[in-house]
Design a protein around this ligand. Structure first.
Ligand code: NA7
Length: 536
């Protein structure tokens, strides 16, 4: 290594969301010089950007917060079992204050490019304002759902009224009272938005392309006795999250769908449908997400619930998905979502039947006619998992572009490293276990911290994944997803986004094995001295 360039920082972290904040804390504890570059004006990532009406957790609040600080657990009171976005953002600001994180975060600093300098063994990171900084390690904490996408529809941008993407929501309240409102998109975000906007809008028109299988959230306030119980049970609760398949409190029932009688099955589904949170998805019979016949049973059950809840059966049929089974896409959790369609101020437009032709200065034109609106809400989702990487000009050794490297889908080692991109560590990147994300984040951060600590202790300045390790991990991720019905369905889980050039084909974007298995694999790599990495 011959160079006169010395890095300004030991590590630069991109993003001050949940993963970037925790990574900052951990690397600071090592005594390293660390900086976080954040595009927004505050901390919080997902919870900073997604301020749309109705945004809230679908995981139990207490299972979602950080677990690393007993003090933090003791002092923070979640007000609801599934907290709303303003409370979560307050929580993350509280964490930033408590651990004095802001002094190492540069806000309003969106990263435009990150180039690896071969000779200097460091990363040169350029922000949109042109500022250049160099760091030995680049940690991407940019989130799997942080690159919002607008629909590719003629005339988007020509609308003269108010228009918002849910992930770029204004910081001042939007008043829907009495207004003519359109919502495009019926994923988890659209469902939460629709429920809320329908309460005050003069008229709400929902433009639905694909219905999703939604299930009741059953949210409630946390009373004092429960609060005390939650706090007393934190160790057991986090231990449970460490053991479950996807780090939720819910985990599959050991029974198969057809191992019980029809009556028992129906009663179990009823119980899950009446219970809070993701139980119906994550705590159902063990085979509903892999066995077509088993999946058909729960699918039929949920379809019957929708028919019961929606008065107009023609509308109910439109709300029932026909092209995928229950749980094979992310299940939106809802509160009276289906009842919204019984309201006189709400109309459902099935744009598979009558496609949107264009957005006009006054509204939306479909093949059936023109609609006029005061406000259009785009709940059209994200260029998920790899999109946030694609939006940064990331170049590794020899100047190769990450976007080119991943043209046929991501190739990673443990979802943390990419061969040819030395010293770049990804937090909740492609090929990692997502699930209840903060639980995965804490593990990911601790793993990266251990690697960086090991390198520091051994005076190493270079870590790259070996090609054979990447090939083996990528193959493992592919194999572990085999047979999973969700991998046969187009959604952000499979990297499909109709609004992004080149992302119409399904890929294996997530690690879909169990979180404990993922951690076991990663632990073994670290315990055995990182033989899969080239260290120098
Ligand atoms: P999703 O789940 O990707 O949903 C996006 C929605 O927008 C979905 O209903 C799409 O229909 C619809 N969409 C996207 N583009 C268009 C166009 N061009 N025309 C009409 N409709 C369109 O994103 P969310 O934000 O709801 O949720 C993402 C995750 O964030 C969520 O799963 C949580 O984990 C948090 P489609 O289904 O593609 O036909």
């Amino acid at each position: 290594m011959t160079t006169d360039i010395t890095p300004d920082y030991d590590a630069i972290i991109i993003g001050a969301g949940m993963s970037g904040m925790y990574q900052l804390l951990r690397l600071r504890e090592l005594g390293l010089k660390v900086l976080v570059l954040e595009a927004g004006s505050g901390v919080g990532g997902t919870w900073y950007w997604n301020r749309y009406p109705g945004a809230r957790f679908d995981s139990e609040s207490y299972s979602y917060g950080y677990s690393f600080s007993q003090d933090l657990l003791n002092e923070w009171n979640w007000s609801e079992h599934f907290a709303a976005q303003p409370e979560t953002l307050r929580y993350l600001n509280h964490v930033a204050d408590k651990f004095d994180l802001r002094r190492d975060i540069v806000f309003h600093s969106r990263v435009r490019a990150a180039h690896y300098l071969d000779d200097a063994r460091c990363w040169e990171i350029t922000s949109e304002d042109g500022t250049i900084r160099r760091a030995r390690f680049l940690v991407t904490a940019i989130g799997p759902l942080s690159a919002p996408t607008m629909p590719r529809i003629e005339g988007v941008g020509s609308f003269k009224g108010e228009a918002y993407h849910t992930a770029n929501w204004p910081h001042t309240p939007v008043d829907f009272a009495g207004k003519r409102v359109a919502v495009i998109g019926t994923g988890s975000t659209g469902v939460q938005t629709i429920q809320e906007v329908s309460k005050t809008a003069g008229h709400l028109t929902v433009f639905q392309r694909t219905p999703n299988w939604c299930a009741p959230l059953h949210n409630s306030k946390i009373d004092d006795a429960t609060q005390a119980q939650v706090k007393a049970n934190y160790p057991e609760m986090f231990a449970r999250c460490r053991e479950t398949f996807a780090c939720f409190l819910h985990t599959p029932d050991p029974r198969g769908t057809f191992e019980v009688s029809k009556e028992e099955r129906e009663a179990f589904f009823e119980k899950l449908y009446a219970s809070p949170g993701f139980g119906i998805w994550q705590g159902n019979f063990r085979d509903i997400l892999v066995d077509r016949a088993a999946n058909a049973e729960i699918t039929d059950f949920v379809a019957r619930q929708i028919r019961q809840r929606v008065k107009d059966q023609a509308v109910a049929e439109k709300l029932i998905p026909k092209n995928h089974g229950f749980g094979t896409r992310r299940v939106p959790l809802e509160t009276r979502y289906y009842e919204v369609y019984n309201q006189p101020n709400v109309e459902l437009v099935d744009i598979k039947e009558t496609p949107i032709v264009r957005i006009t200065p006054t509204g939306i034109e479909t093949s059936a006619g023109a609609y006029e609106f005061d406000i259009i809400v785009y709940a059209t989702g994200f260029d998920a998992i790899t999109g946030s990487f694609d939006r940064i000009d990331i170049r590794g050794a020899g100047g190769q572009r990450l976007k080119d490297k991943w043209a046929q889908g991501p190739q990673t080692f443990l979802g943390v490293q990419v061969e040819g991109f030395p010293n770049m560590m990804m937090l909740v990147g492609p090929h990692t276990a997502l699930g209840n994300i903060p639980r995965s984040i804490e593990y990911n951060v601790d793993w990266v911290t251990r690697l960086i600590r090991t390198m520091r202790d051994r005076h190493l300045t270079f870590a790259d994944a070996k090609p054979e390790a990447v090939a083996a991990w990528t193959e493992h991720v592919k194999n572990i997803g085999a047979g999973l019905l969700s991998n046969e369905v187009s959604s952000w889980f499979t990297g499909v986004n109709s609004n992004v050039e080149g992302k119409q084909t399904r890929i294996i974007a997530r690690y879909s094995g169990s979180a404990p298995a993922y951690r076991a694999w990663c632990d073994e790599v670290a315990d055995k001295g990182y033989r899969e990495l080239e260290l120098a």
